[in-house]
Design a protein around this ligand. Structure first.
Ligand code: GTP
Length: 372
């Protein structure tokens, strides 16, 4: 009788201990889930709060692998005509710092089932180097399973979030997709937002006719560059460029031909500049160039190259005739930073000096460069 009681007490105690272990493991699991959820919430807040394209994409690449325990995250964007890439490049996005950001001309390249009227679903599957080469051009060693999550806005696929793991069981076709779909939808909204904001910023800073910067941008950039040049002691130079007798182009060949000439002049100026230089249209047929780390002599050499590249090759009119075009250029450089003046005053003075030199070039007969 005692023995029987003793046995059932031991059984009860064992059962009790097993239940406690189970409970402890459930509590651990719940705590770990809670921690994961908190990390995801913090991640969501960070990406929603990203103020620029660069910040958003860098945050995704930096945080998502940690938050979601992934071995690689890449992002493919649909960018027909490379509009997004071009604008981001002009806004100084550092693409070298974002090697996992990929651009595609068409949504079809992303590998989703694009049937009309049915939004594509995430694809969770074993990694295959050939079929997934586009999404993972630089896969980590041992990549075993991947999730390709379509980024959708207004029923349009704008890209794909590509997640990769060395764990073959991490992404399999039988797993639920709610979680990655949720993540994809937040990332899609954030991306669409920052891209529209950056596009607006870009439109506000560029000249619609020629695509070069506008006066507002140039004024700001000049002040920034002068402040930086003061701190780091390098020289900056400025060119004021004006198309000669431009009124005659409009009067003889029409406003449309005039517009074409302005576009071509902008393109020829640009072709002679370095990436770090900035070209802006100041209005009408006037352009201003800001040259970084250039003294008066080297700016004069660049100006002569620009003058020659416009004068040496006639512009092509729509009817096939050649139109000779020339420009006059005034050049000025800043080597004394006049620290008692504000950067804005120094900027104005620099542009005024270049403008004065341009006036001289016009007086001397045009198609020439004058240094202040
Ligand atoms: N097609 C076109 N013409 C413009 C634009 N903006 C200004 N213009 C024209 O540019 C011409 C500028 O003429 P002017 O300032 O008299 O100078 P110019 O004929 O170039 O003569 P110089 O500068 O003295 O060599 C005017 O006829 C303006 O109407 C534009 O966006 N497109």
């Amino acid at each position: 009788m005692h023995e029987q009681q003793g046995a059932s007490v031991r059984e009860l105690m064992a059962e009790n201990a097993a239940l406690r272990r189970q409970l402890a493991s459930l509590i651990d699991q719940a705590e770990s889930n809670h921690a994961i959820m908190m990390r995801h919430q913090a991640f969501d807040l960070d990406i929603v709060g990203a103020a620029s394209f660069q910040e958003l994409v860098a945050t995704i690449f930096r945080q998502l692998p940690i938050v979601s325990s992934l071995d690689i995250v890449t992002l493919s964007l649909v960018d027909a005509g490379a509009d997004i890439y071009t604008v981001m490049h002009k806004l100084d996005v550092d693409f070298e710092a974002l090697p996992n950001l990929l651009f595609h001309e068409h949504a079809e390249e992303l590998g989703f089932d694009l049937e009309p009227g049915r939004p594509p679903r995430p694809r969770l599957l074993p990694y295959h180097p050939v079929s997934h080469g586009m999404a993972f051009p630089q896969p980590p060693a041992g990549l075993a399973s991947v999730a390709l999550v379509p980024l959708i806005r207004n029923r349009r696929v704008i890209g794909s979030l590509n997640l990769g793991s060395r764990d073959p069981g991490r992404f399999t076709p039988l797993l639920g997709t709610d979680f990655v779909e949720h993540m994809g939808s937040i990332i899609a909204i954030c991306l669409e937002n920052v891209i529209s904001n950056e596009m607006l910023k870009y439109i506000g800073l560029t000249d619609a006719l020629t695509g070069v910067y506008n006066r507002r941008y140039m004024d700001r950039r000049l002040a920034e560059e002068i402040a930086r040049a003061r701190r780091q002691s390098y020289r900056i130079a400025c060119m004021y460029i004006d198309v000669d007798h431009f009124k005659q182009v409009n009067d003889s060949h029409g406003h449309q031909a005039g517009d074409d000439v302005l576009r071509e002049v902008a393109a020829r100026i640009k072709a002679e500049l370095r990436m770090s230089d900035a070209l802006g249209r100041f209005g009408g047929e006037e352009f201003v160039v800001l040259l970084i780390d250039a003294d008066l002599d080297s700016a004069g050499i660049v100006a002569q190259r620009i003058r020659a590249s416009v004068a040496d090759q006639p512009f092509l009119l729509p009817e096939g005739k050649g139109l000779p075009v020339t420009v006059s250029i005034g050049v000025a450089a800043l080597d004394d930073f006049e620290r008692s003046h504000t950067v804005e005053e120094v900027a104005q003075e620099l542009v005024a000096q270049a403008d004065g030199a341009l006036y001289e070039a016009k007086q001397n007969g045009r198609n020439q460069v004058v240094a202040a």
